[in-house]
Structures are given as structure tokens and as C-alpha cells.
Design a protein around this ligand. Structure first.
Ligand SMILES: [Zn+2]
Length: 288
């Protein structure tokens, strides 16, 4: 059976990870500068077809006492196809439906943390009719990410990405926004943001948990386990390759130093595991 919901504990939190959608990526976009032979061997070791790299979109719910914190919001769901510049898009993200299955009312979400403004992370903030889905939540967003997408700096970004930001993020300016400005800033009780730029201008990773157990939510700093083994392999989806590599190393060293579990948004669902260190080399190990 297709597993769409995964539950575990992270420190004092009850954590639920939802599979919003499955998507397919291609090796030519994931590993743009990889040596062909090396890539061939590496993909075989992961039993992966270069034309079809399956990847989930996820969202994570953290519950403790009265806190209900949602990390990222999925791609969204629309009853009617969305027409954008003559192209038709059907959004069939399941997050809202999966939350309902768990008896979670979107009005009871107290906090929403958005790690960056790509469609698969922000698409579920507003309904396709333009209704805010988490109307009582405080939204935690990095200032640099907000500024990038709301100035001419983002003019060269794909129009569809800008459209998602305009629909799902820009209207929040009238509501309950909390801007993150510092590295290692406490976002809410049990959640600390870590600057993880490179993929986007203001991407954040998150340290989740407490003194007993911590997990590092790495968002899109790594899109595939091979990006841990090959820190130089660049993706088409990163805005700044040099910074993206620095961020990869920063997060791996942080997880290693603090012996943290890791959640990786785009790895095989639910994306939980560890980064195993061997000198300056790293390898992803899925949690059993
Ligand atoms: Zn993503």
C-alpha cells in the first residue's frame, strides 16, 4: 500500500510527515555538471533511471501541548485546472485531505514555517479560490527570501514560480508574519532556523526538538542522496552553486557534531535518515 502519512517522535514533539504528491525529476537537471560515466555508475548504485527520479513533496506537522506547527505546505490543490500563460496546470496535492484524515483542522494550526518560496513548499498556503488555509497561524519566513521575491532581483525567475509567490506569499503581508533575520534564530518553541541559502536566496533549514533529541530538516539543500556523496554536483534548481555547496557542508557538519537525525524533503518518503561521515566524505543512510 502506498504510505502517505508517517508518524514518529522528535524530542517532545509528535511528528507527522505527509506525502503531498509524487513528482518525477531528471538526472540532467539534478546533476548538471556530473561526469557522465561517474553519474551512470552512481545512479545504478541507487537503482535509478536517469529519466525518472521519483521525488515526494512533503509537509511536516509537529504537535506538543497546544502547539501545531506545520513545516512547508505542499504544492496545493485546485478543483479546476490553473491556466497560466496559456498552459494548464492541475494541482493535486493531498496535504489538506491528509490533514483532515488526521482530524487536524487547518484553523488550529498555530505556526507555519516556510523554508523557501518554491511552488512545492508554498502552494498550499492559499486555496485555489484565494482563501488563506491557516488563518490563525503565525507565518515564519526568512527576510532575505521575502525581499528577493518581492524585488526586481527575482525578475529572471520562471514566471510560474513568481505566480506561486504572488498567490501564496505576497497576501500574507496583511497578516501574521514573523520575519527571520538571524542564523540560529528561535522560530517557535522547539524550532530553530539555520541559514541554508544557495538553493534560494533565503532558504532555511530547521533544528527541531529539544535537549533529548534533535532533527535537522534540510529542505532542498540536498535534492538527492548523491548530493551528499558528491558535494560538487550541482542542480539546475539551485540559484547560487557556490553558496549551495557551502550550505551542504555546513548542514552535514552540524548534523554530525550534534548527532542529529535528518529529514530530507525530496528523498524517498518519509526522507528520514543519517549522514554517515568518513573523513570529508559523506553518505546518506535511510532510517530503517
Ligand atoms: Zn522542493
Amino acid at each position: 500500500m502506498d504510505v502517505e502519512t508517517f508518524k514518529c517522535k522528535i524530542g517532545g514533539f509528535d511528528c507527522t510527515i505527509f506525502k503531498d504528491l509524487m513528482f518525477k525529476y531528471q538526472a540532467k537537471d539534478y546533476f548538471i555538471n556530473a561526469n557522465e560515466n561517474e553519474l551512470d555508475i552512481a545512479l545504478k548504485s541507487y537503482n535509478t533511471n536517469p529519466e525518472n527520479i521519483p521525488s515526494p513533496y512533503i509537509a511536516m506537522l509537529l504537535q506538543k501541548g497546544g502547539q501545531k506547527i506545520l513545516i512547508d505546505s505542499g504544492i496545493g490543490f485546485s478543483e479546476e485546472p490553473i491556466v497560466f500563460k496559456g498552459k494548464t496546470f492541475v494541482l493535486k496535492g493531498k496535504l489538506k485531505q491528509l490533514l483532515e484524515k488526521e482530524d487536524i483542522n487547518t484553523n488550529d494550526i498555530t505556526d507555519v514555517v516556510i523554508t523557501h518560496f518554491h511552488p512545492d513548499h508554498i502552494g498550499g498556503v492559499f486555496s485555489s479560490e484565494g482563501k488563506l488555509l491557516f488563518k490563525n497561524a503565525k507565518f515564519h519566513i526568512h527576510r532575505d527570501e521575502w525581499d528577493f521575491w518581492h524585488t526586481s532581483k527575482s525578475d529572471s525567475q520562471p514566471p510560474l514560480f513568481k505566480f506561486f509567490v504572488e498567490k501564496n506569499i505576497t497576501p500574507l503581508k496583511n497578516g501574521n508574519l514573523n520575519f527571520i533575520t538571524q542564523d540560529y534564530q528561535q522560530v517557535c518553541d522547539g524550532v530553530i532556523s539555520v541559514n541554508a541559502n544557495g538553493h534560494t536566496k533565503g532558504q532555511i533549514a530547521l533544528i527541531i526538538g529539544d535537549g533529548n533529541e534533535q532533527l535537522l530538516y534540510i529542505s532542498d539543500a540536498f535534492l538527492h542522496p548523491l548530493h551528499m556523496e558528491k558535494l560538487d554536483w550541482q542542480t539546475n534548481y539551485d540559484m547560487d552553486h557556490k553558496k549551495a555547496k557551502q550550505t551542504r557542508i555546513k548542514l552535514l557538519e552540524l548534523a554530525d557534531k550534534e548527532s542529529m537525525r535528518i529529514n530530507a524533503f525530496h528523498f524517498d518518503f518519509p526522507g528520514l535518515g543519517f549522514a554517515e561521515r568518513n573523513g570529508e566524505k559523506w553518505k546518506w543512510v535511510y532510517e530503517k
